[in-house]
Write a protein that binds this ligand. Structure first.
Ligand code: G6P
Length: 490
């Protein structure tokens, strides 16, 4: 089934043409490859909440998911998995370097995250981004039924709405940006800013995590396109009249039922007990869980913790910090440098403070299955989320959902979208190392009564707003007729 492509044209099987009423388009397909000992490969559903939220919609309608299977130069036929039709889009080695690692993750990702790392602008990357977006749009245009709903996901595919509408004006097109949308003054650096804005405006509805992302976008639309804006509506003149693109905030959440079920499972509870025991049953277990990404503020957190050890406000006997840093985008230079930096500081701190029986920071450069993650959440008295910029941060929400004992403390960066919803967390500015140190100490010494009061309110928020509600509210909004919403005559 796997072959090296001569050209990466996508030709869905004849039976897939014009077939699907609901289509999700994302850079990655929602499955991971599992390779057995032999030649055989199979697929397992990826752990993210997005697929959990959308799988039932797929099963109810005639649904398909379009995306890259995750390795270079691989051409696969469309296939079924878990009641979903998956349509793989191939990427060549060059596409991976220029479109994925380059334009998506070394131009857009740093630009959209407050230029924490300097974005690089290369014309060859942009050319490839356009070509790959075209390939995604072409495949979608081929498999969509008349009047189908298409939901495009995230910054890797911002040109798809326009490219798709050019071919298929009959479709309802939604777009959701999972990462922040930057302020005008930063977005303005992008040499192709106008084309990106026009790409997004091809959608009927453009969704963001926070209201501030949505208003940043509308300011950029005002500056870089000639379209008129009324409230959240952009009026776009076409050859046949006007159409409206709306923008709004739809904060994403997690699969609460799944977390809750795991947090109540006896083997997971037992594993949490074991984790604490393996750490020598310290008074306080602190936890950080992140993709190893410079936006997550892992270095700031480790610096603060190292200083607390130095000041003897915490000791390795009383407290243990577990830092899970899952491998990510390892061929991109800034990620390589970050890994070296983080591992050097963990090594320095451990070298200074470890004893024969205790370690200051347990650093784990791995990904873990959800069961193990929930066991870690259950084992942790204090969760540290210190992102310098984050669209939402679902780890913060998963920690809260896991705390079935209604205890534990969350230290949360005010620069994560989750801070809009988890106001009873101990909110921090991670750049303020003294403030961060004090916040960690507050979390360690929080009284049981205060911890419960805060956690109860946060749990209520999370339990009432899960990822299914998120997808439903977006898809409902996508169906609203904007003219009616504005109270205008059709
Ligand atoms: C973020 C992005 C996603 C992306 C994920 C993992 O959450 O919003 O679009 O899939 O990171 O990154 P990767 O580059 O491995 O897909």
């Amino acid at each position: 089934m796997v072959s090296k492509p001569a050209a990466l044209d996508v030709e869905p099987a004849g039976s897939d043409y014009g077939q699907y009423d609901f289509i999700v388009v994302s850079n990655r397909l929602p499955v991971d490859r599992v390779t057995d000992d032999g030649e055989d490969t199979s697929w397992r559903r990826s752990p993210g909440g997005l697929v959990t939220a959308l799988a039932p919609v797929m099963a109810k309608t005639d649904g398909a998911w379009i995306g890259w299977p995750g390795s270079a130069d691989e051409v696969l036929d469309p296939f079924d998995h878990d009641d979903m039709r998956l349509v793989p889009i191939p990427l060549s080695q060059d596409d991976v370097e220029l479109y994925y690692e380059g334009f998506s993750n070394a131009t857009l990702w740093p630009l959209y995250h407050d230029v924490i790392a300097p974005p690089e602008f290369h014309r060859a990357w942009w050319e490839c981004y356009k070509q790959v977006n075209q390939r995604f749009a072409d495949a979608t245009a081929k498999v969509a039924a008349t009047g189908a709903v298409v939901w495009v996901q995230d910054y890797q595919l911002q040109l798809v709405p326009k490219l798709l509408r050019e071919q298929r004006p009959d479709l309802k097109i939604g777009f959701f940006n999972h990462i922040p949308f930057p302020p005008l003054e930063i977005f303005a650096q992008l040499p192709w800013r106008r084309q990106v804005i026009e790409g997004l405006l091809g959608a009927d509805l453009v969704g963001f995590q926070r209201p501030s992302d949505s208003s940043n976008f509308l300011r950029c639309v005002r500056r870089f396109s000639g379209h008129a804006i009324k409230s959240q509506h952009v009026n776009i003149k076409t050859e046949t009249g006007t159409r409206i693109c709306r923008a709004g905030a739809f904060p994403i959440s997690i699969d609460v039922d799944q977390i809750n079920e795991l947090a109540n499972r006896p083997d997971v509870i037992e594993r949490a007990r074991q984790i604490r025991e393996e750490l020598g049953n310290p008074k306080t277990v602190l936890l950080g869980v992140d993709r190893l990404d410079y936006t997550k503020g892992i270095g700031h957190r480790i610096k603060a913790y190292g200083e607390l050890l130095e000041d003897e406000r915490v000791t390795v006997e009383d407290a243990a910090l577990i830092q899970v840093a899952s491998p990510s985008r390892e061929r991109v230079e800034s990620y390589r440098l970050l890994r070296e930096e983080i591992e050097a500081s963990v090594g320095r701190i451990n070298g200074t403070f470890d004893t024969l029986s205790n370690t200051a920071i347990r650093y784990l450069h791995h990904s873990y299955p959800k069961e193990e993650m929930v066991a870690l959440y259950l084992a942790a008295d204090v969760m540290l989320v210190t992102a310098l910029r984050d669209g939402m941060n679902l780890v913060a929400k998963e920690y809260v959902a896991s705390r079935t004992g209604v205890n534990g403390a969350l230290v949360l960066s005010e620069f994560a979208g989750a801070a809009d919803h988890l106001k009873q967390a101990i909110l921090v500015n991670p750049h303020d190392i003294d403030g961060l140190k004090d916040a960690i100490m507050r979390a360690i010494h929080i009284s049981p009564g205060e911890a419960t009061r805060r956690m109860r309110t946060m749990r209520r928020q999370i339990l009432q707003n899960d990822v299914e509600q998120w997808s439903q509210s977006f898809l409902r909004a996508l169906q609203v007729d904007p003219a009616e919403e504005l109270g205008e005559q059709p």
